[in-house]
Ligand binder design. Sequence first.
Ligand code: KG4
Ligand code: ZN
Length: 337
Amino acid sequence: MKILGIESSCDETAAAVVEDGTRVLSDVVRSQVDIHRRFGGPVPEIASRSHLEVIVPVIEEALSRAGLAASAIDAVAVANRPGLIGALLVGLAAAKALALALDKPLIGVNHLAAHIYASWMEGGAPPETPFVALVVSGGHTSLFRFDQPFEPVEIGSTADDAAGEAYDKVAAILGLGYPGGPIIDEVARAGDGARFRFKPPLLARDGLDFSFSGIKTAVLYRVTGRSAPHEPLPLSEQNVRDLAASFQEAVISGLLSASFRAVRRARAAALVVGGGCAANSRLRERFAEEAAAHGVRLFLPARARSTDNAAMIAGLGYHLYRLRGADGLALDAYPTS
Ligand code: KG4
Ligand code: ZN
């Protein structure tokens, strides 16, 4: 079964064709990063308009790279939640138009569930249940427990910013540009992560919820010298590297402790990590170390499939269709999960 996936929840316009949930026939991602860079983050209204301009060419490219006419597609899957509402509606309208014109089933896919699916998509078989999943992206930081492979139950979330958002904002404070995640990943490699002691971004020490606003402010105050008795810290190359590395160590340590706490409480044998920040090299390294130490199976997406893409939407769409059938043309979009 060949499914066309469409993704437009934030600032990537993406389309892909995936066969039977796993075989990726094409995977096209058109990023709007260059458009949003001067604003330091995605501007919702601009994102919607940019999706509108490129959605049809992106879908056409996905079909042509897969070597398929639109009529050869068996179903259309689309990310319909959560995300920027105007952005989601562009993808949803395109998906509905195609489904109607081609008389094919339409399947709504939760973007966060698709990030989780991306982690085991290639292997084919789901982790054994119960398992725990951490989604770390630009818009979300949440923990889920799965008692069934396709039924996430949220058990933790962030009270304020998402992990990726914190990376982006801290990169801005350090004058590193946008998007900050990949830049901090790179810069932190040459830094001393033990030089500054930032508190891990946990809402409560023994809980499963996160809070990233404190660490962002802590980095800002360390730089400006507002956190007496410190002097302002000049943004020299080495200071920036050390701040980036120390920020990253604290973030990862918070993500690790909440995730493995959730694993223990759920008596899970597997941990899945997905979302844009799952591309982070230090995060991947630390999660692999801890998973090995705890005897837990770790599922990480390929780095290129960590950030937003439509292959994960088409892939999960296949399983949802088999489980519960199509959604119909009344399918709506929602900003929340
Ligand atoms: O999942 P995603 O592509 O979009 C959302 O659903 O939000 O995640 C984007 C986020 C951005 O905040 C970006 O800075 C972060 O993922 N990101 C990274 C890395 N690559 C992307 N964060 C840390 N390290 C990376 N290598
Ligand atoms: Zn995402």
